[in-house]
Structure formats: C-alpha cells, structure tokens
Design a protein around this ligand. Structure first.
Ligand code: AMP
Length: 444
C-alpha cells in the first residue's frame, strides 16, 4: 500500500492485514496443491499403472484412514525421527484422542493388519495403497506438505529375501512402465537387533572420539539416533562420515546371507543397484534391507522402502517379530520426472463427437439423445447452455472433435439430425434413430 494512503491511526495498516488475509483465502495451504483438470491425465496414468502392477504381482488394495493415532508413529516410525519430532500435523478430537494426519503409510497398514487379524488369511498378505500423506517440511522442488504415495507391503509369512526383491521389483517396474529411464537402486542392510546394536556402538564411539569435528546436530544424534549420523549433509561432517565404520562389515551371518540373497535376486532380474553404506532411511522400524530408487539427473529419490520385521512388536501387537517388507513411491516426483525426461503427456479419453442444439425443442431432445450415445459407449460433449450455432461450432472446433451433430428446430420436427465432418466441413442429414449407428461407423 502506498505510504500516502495510510493515516496516522494505522487504519491503512489494518486494511492491509485484512487484505493479506483475504488474499490467503484464495491460496491453498503452503506446500499443498490443487490437482487441476489439465494435470489429471498424468495422475490417471499413474493410478492405472499402479493397479496393473499390483494386480500382476498380486497385491490387493487397502485404504486406511487419513488420520491415525499419533502413537503408532511415535512407537513405529520412531520418536526421535524427523517425521515424528518435527513434521507431523497433529490434532486432538473432541473426545481428546491424539491424532495425526498420516505422515507415511506403513504403520497404518500394520495397524489394520493387527486390528482385522489379517494373520488369519493365507500368509504373507500382499497389500498396496494409493493416497495422500502429510509432512510439515520446508516446501521445495519435489518436497511438499501434502504429497501422494503408492506403496506395496508384504506382511506375515516368512522373512524370505525373495519378498524384499519383490517389493523392490514392484516399485521399479511401476516406474519403468511410466517410461522413466536411467534408474538406479541404492541398497544397504541395517542388520538385525543383534548385529545392529554392535554396529551402533562402534559408530557412536567413533563419532564421540571425533565430537570436536562434527556439527551440533551430529553431536545430538550420536546419543539419540546414531544411525542418522550417516544422513548428515553438513559439509564439515563429510570427512568424518567417509571414515566411519560401515554396517556391512558388522552384519551377523544370517543377515549377511539374507542380504546376499536379495542382491542375487536383483542380479537375476537384471536390476541395476549400488551398495550404499550411508543409506539408513531414518526410520526406527527398518531392519535388514533398505533401498531407494533414483532416476538420473533427479537428485531426490522417487521411492524407497525396506524390511520392518520389528514394527508389530514396536506397536505392542506381538512378542515376536512379524516378517514384513515394503516400498513406496512419491507420485508428484514420478510426474515431475516423466515431464523432465520428455515422456509424452498421457492421452486423455477425448470425445470425438460434439452435439450442437439450436432452439428449445432441440435442447429438450438433447439430453435423451446424449443418453443413447452413453448406452452405446460413445463419449459426446456439448455446451447445453449455449444457443447459437456459431458459438457451439467454435467450441467443437476448439475441442478438436471429428464430428459435430447439429440438431435444430427443423431437424427435431422432421426427426433428423445433421452430421458434420469437422475436417472437410461436409454435412449430411440422417434419421435421428440412425445417428448413433452412423456415428459409431464413422469414428471406428
Ligand atoms: P519415505 O516415506 O520418506 O520413504 O518416502 C518415499 C517416497 O515418497 C520418496 O521417495 C518420495 O518420492 C516421496 N516423498 C516423501 N516425502 C515427500 C514430500 N515431502 N514431498 C513429496 N514427495 C515425498
């Protein structure tokens, strides 16, 4: 607001605050986006491919609530993780239940598995989900506060490495089917409770010895969550990190065998991977295999996941581990990568026919006529609110339809309709009761 328009009592200032508030009314919350009609073909494509891949690998769909008890994330994801410490959207219900907008899918799926005794079904149970997740992060490219994931989870049964390979495979094939190229998988093993605690101690000792050379966050992590030390991006910590002990050197025999077999499956499938001893994925429930999938020139992960055999115990559902492994992919990042790699926009199911109606009797007939096309499975568009031939023809042209059907007063009276070939401009009059058949023949 220009200074001159403010009065001494600050009335102008008040107005500007009000103006700002009103502007915010027409602004989606920070880091959360509308998905407008023009974007929908990309989303539909991913939904379609997710369903295809899930069907093929025999994952059944599960939908869990957007809100979950906070505790499943505190106990499962981990109280000292960034997600739980800093990023959850929290609310209290009127009954004073503590709820969170789900920041990730796995704890909710495990909760549902326990609640509905899915252990009584044939094991393992293979589930997939597709939906929105919420994290209060600093919004930037590829990082939002509401984002969508498709996830695959295999719960129960054996802790067979073949399932680790299959969850990676499902995510990888989904990305491939979207025509995203040059993928790599980063993979690591975090071992089991036994070997990891030996490694954690080694790592802690090493960092404590070097505590003068690391950042404040790392000094804190060294006592609260030592594995997260390997996530640190601070430049000053990189030299220390590069010399740090690595988990693979501390894996016990069973974990080593398990990991070797996962890698052998990936080799057999010809899937490109790199061992990455710094990959820890930050969440408490992971054990053994962890992985992330990247596309060339896109430096954030498209997806990731891992084994989480301890999650059901951490949630208090069992006294022994329940084998489980999963992966999830970020939909916005998939779309961004498709666009960046020049993948063609998925074709919309475009209508090839436009119905033009002129005059009241024609408008009255139009709705029923559209129904005949619907029954015949032919998509037809119209602009029923418009009356003039010119404006409707202009719209038909804009929609790039092949055929315009013109229904005027005279046609209604004579029970005819005009079929106009939009390319040649040639028009032909046909009986109204033959029009569906004739259009079907022409657009085949
Ligand atoms: P995570 O649940 O952190 O393992 O993430 C799995 C995938 O979800 C990532 O590889 C991203 O593709 C996507 N993702 C995670 N966090 C976000 C976010 N804040 N914004 C957009 N996508 C995200």
């Amino acid at each position: 607001m220009p200074k001159s328009s403010r009065n001494k009592k600050g009335k102008g200032k008040k107005n500007s605050v009000k103006g700002k508030k009103e502007n915010l009314l027409f602004q989606s919350p920070r880091g959360m986006h509308d998905i407008l009609p023009l974007e929908q073909p990309w989303w539909n494509k991913i939904r379609e491919v997710s369903q295809e891949v899930s069907n093929f690998y025999n994952f059944s769909r599960i939908d869990t609530p957007i809100l979950e008890p906070v505790e499943i994330f505190e106990r499962g994801t981990g109280a000292s993780t960034d997600i739980v410490e800093k990023q959850m959207f929290l609310l209290k219900s009127r009954g004073r239940d503590r709820l969170a907008l789900r920041p990730e899918g796995t704890p909710g799926v495990m909760r549902a598995y326990v609640q509905h005794s899915l252990s009584r079904l044939g094991q393992p149970v293979k589930l997939y989900y597709f939906g929105p997740f919420f994290r209060h992060e600093q919004p930037q490219a590829g990082r939002y506060r509401q984002f969508y994931q498709v996830g695959f989870e295999i719960l129960g049964g054996e802790d067979d490495p073949v399932y680790d390979a299959q969850t990676i495979l499902a995510g990888y094939r989904l990305i491939e089917k979207l025509k995203i190229k040059n993928l790599t998988i980063k993979i690591n093993s975090l071992g089991c409770k036994n070997c990891r605690s030996v490694y954690r101690k080694k790592l802690q000792d090493y960092y404590k010895k070097n505590s003068g050379k690391i950042c404040k966050d790392c000094r804190r992590r060294a006592s609260s969550n030592p594995l997260r030390l390997l996530d640190c991006k601070n430049e000053n910590c990189q030299a220390i990190k590069n010399q740090a002990p690595v988990m693979l050197d501390y894996l016990c025999q069973q974990c080593r065998n398990h990991f070797r077999q996962v890698l052998e499956y990936l080799d057999d499938l010809g899937m490109p991977y790199n061992l990455d001893s710094y990959l820890v994925r930050g969440l408490d429930y992971y054990s053994r295999t962890v992985f992330e999938i990247f596309a060339e020139n896109y430096n954030v992960s498209l997806g990731g996941g891992g084994r989480y055999d301890y999650l059901s115990e951490m949630l208090g559902a069992r006294k022994t581990p329940l084998p489980a492994v999963g992966s999830s992919l970020g939909i916005e990042r998939l779309i961004e990568t498709m666009k960046a790699q020049g993948v063609n926009e998925p074709v919309r199911n475009r209508a090839k026919v436009f119905l033009i109606q002129i005059g009241k009797p024609a408008k009255k007939k139009a709705l029923c006529l559209i129904e005949s096309f619907r029954s015949a499975g032919i998509k037809i568009i119209e602009s029923l609110g418009k009356d003039s031939l010119k404006s409707q023809l202009r719209l038909a042209d804009k929609e790039r339809v092949e055929i315009a059907l013109i229904l005027g007063q005279r046609e209604v009276f004579e029970e005819n309709i005009i079929i106009r070939d939009m390319k040649s401009g040639v028009q032909e009059t046909v009986p109204l009761n033959k029009v569906v058949e004739e259009v079907k023949r022409r657009i085949k």
